[in-house]
Ligand binder design. Structure first.
Ligand code: ATP
Ligand code: MG
Length: 464
């Protein structure tokens, strides 16, 4: 960073209890328990990051993270239900019934690009993985609260709520930026984005989700360095991509990604598709808007395969249109695969997600044409409900008649009611009955389920 944090702590602002709207009643009781126990044992404990930011904005935080001056070993001693995790075991997860609270020790510098330990306990770069040796090795990485604030990404993400005084402590100008709804890099944005290019994607995510603007210097740095995003580690990218969707702001986020040129790096195929400007490009945006609308009403965020299916749906329809042959036979699954594969390989998408996305796109042929077969086996298939949502979305987007889906909805209800008492899904019974059935020409792309044969080997392993 351009200036050492110490020389900048003149920026320190404290908003006392009563001068802000954050109350303990809005916080997770387990996060409060963690902070109080740290405090009662003589440590400093702050609520940090998205928890403070979202409460100040009047939003419900996704999770509550805690920062402290206690070292990981000391934190572990205080909480029996705690585990060391993360790069070089510098974080502690305190587990509760249905969740964990993440506790981190104040850090001096941003995270170095050190790979996560693999399942055998060694890091990919061959670094030792014994927790004790890592504690000693990493002692000089811990720092003061000021340093910890300065190693964070954006000013609004670096606010501390002090459990001892109930005050909000701001070392970086985050309160002012929050009032003005600005996403501003802490320190020099060029340096911060080169240090960790994923921050550019995070800037867009926060701007879209929190209805903020990206501060001009930060924005200009994203434009300058957007190509660096290609250097980020695939698993982190995949995680950040998913995080663009749960808050019903994907459409805004993708418009921003396109304007900042980040989309050209993130999804070059989709970016090129949008450049071509065919009639399907308009559908692309409408599908994202429709997904956001559903997300607002659904309890759960969209499944990862649904995310990729929606992103690739309009390009898929364009490819179908371009490839449709005289005899009207188009290999839907093949086209979907060739669209998805580059992205799946780039981000090491889990096989399960890849094949389910493929199935969702391939399944669309089942809803097409006057001769569509109202197959019970398809209606009992695991992807049916999501495939139907996608189909409905397409009808809405193109001004089609959603009432044409009534027979499918009736069949879906029927299949659900017919589910046997032993819980064996209709799909499996159907499969047994169907064994040995002659395969007609319409089955050339797979059996009862969409792209079914590929799905047999689904797992969590990445595609490559
Ligand atoms: P969300 O509500 O989406 O979880 P968040 O701000 O809590 O938003 P997290 O990814 O959970 O985001 O990270 C928690 C905090 O850790 C951030 O608020 C920020 O202070 C810090 N942080 C996360 N990623 C980075 C990064 N790449 N560089 C610097 N600081 C980061
Ligand atoms: Mg968070």
């Amino acid at each position: 960073m351009s200036q050492p944090p110490e020389s900048r702590d003149s920026m320190r602002v404290v908003r006392q209890r009563g001068e802000h709207t954050v109350s303990r009643r809005q916080m997770d009781p387990d996060a409060l328990k963690v902070m109080y126990r740290l405090m009662h044992n003589g440590f400093t404990a702050y609520l940090v990051g998205g928890g403070v930011r979202d409460l100040l904005l009047g939003m419900q935080p996704k999770d509550f993270d805690v920062a402290t001056d206690a070292h990981p070993r000391q934190i572990r001693r205080l909480f029996r239900n705690s585990f060391l995790i993360g790069r070089r075991f510098r974080l502690v997860h305190v587990r509760f019934d249905d969740k964990f609270v993440e506790v981190s020790t104040f850090r001096r510098r941003p995270e170095e690009a050190v790979p996560e330990p693999n399942s055998e306990g060694a890091t990919e770069d061959g670094a030792p993985s014994d927790p004790e040796s890592l504690y000693q090795e990493s002692d000089n990485t811990f720092g003061t609260p000021v340093e910890d604030a300065w190693r964070r990404d954006f000013t609004i993400n670096a606010l501390f709520y002090d459990i001892r005084t109930y005050a909000i402590i701001d070392h970086v100008g985050g309160l002012k930026d929050l009032d003005e709804r600005l996403i501003r890099s802490i320190g020099n944005p060029d340096e911060r984005f080169l240090e960790d290019p994923v921050r550019m994607l995070r800037a867009v995510r926060f701007a879209a989700r929190l209805d903020c603007r990206i501060e001009p210097e930060t924005y200009a740095a994203i434009i300058r360095h957007h190509e660096q995003l290609a250097l980020a580690a695939p698993p982190r990218m995949l995680e950040e991509i998913y995080k663009l969707f749960p808050f019903a702001s994907a459409e805004t986020a993708f418009h921003m990604l396109r304007r900042t040129r980040l989309l050209a790096v993130l999804f070059p195929e989709i970016d090129a598709f949008l450049d071509r400007g065919g009639r399907e490009t308009e559908w692309f945006w409408k599908h994202l808007a429709e997904l956001d609308r559903q997300t607002r009403t659904n309890e759960k965020p969209p499944d990862a395969s649904m995310v990729f299916a929606v992103l690739n749906f309009a390009p898929f329809l364009e490819a179908l249109r371009l490839e449709r042959r005289q005899d009207d036979f188009v290999r839907h699954a093949g086209i979907a695969r060739s669209l998805l594969e580059p992205c799946a390989l780039r981000y090491r998408m889990p096989k399960r997600v890849f094949y389910r996305t493929l199935q969702l796109l391939d399944a669309q042929r089942r809803f097409e044409g006057p001769q569509q077969r109202y197959s019970r086996r398809f209606a009992a298939h695991e992807v049916f409900a999501d495939a139907l949502v996608l189909r409905r979305s397409q009808l809405l987007v193109t001004g089609g008649d959603v009432s044409t889906l009534a027979p499918w909805l009736a069949m879906q209800t029927d299949v659900r009611h017919a589910e046997p008492a032993d819980g064996q899904p209709e799909e499996r019974r159907g499969r047994r009955r169907g064994r040995g059935r002659r395969r007609g020409p319409r089955d050339r792309e797979g059996g009862a389920g969409p792209a079914e044969s590929s799905a047999e080997s689904m797992g969590d392993a990445p595609l490559a």
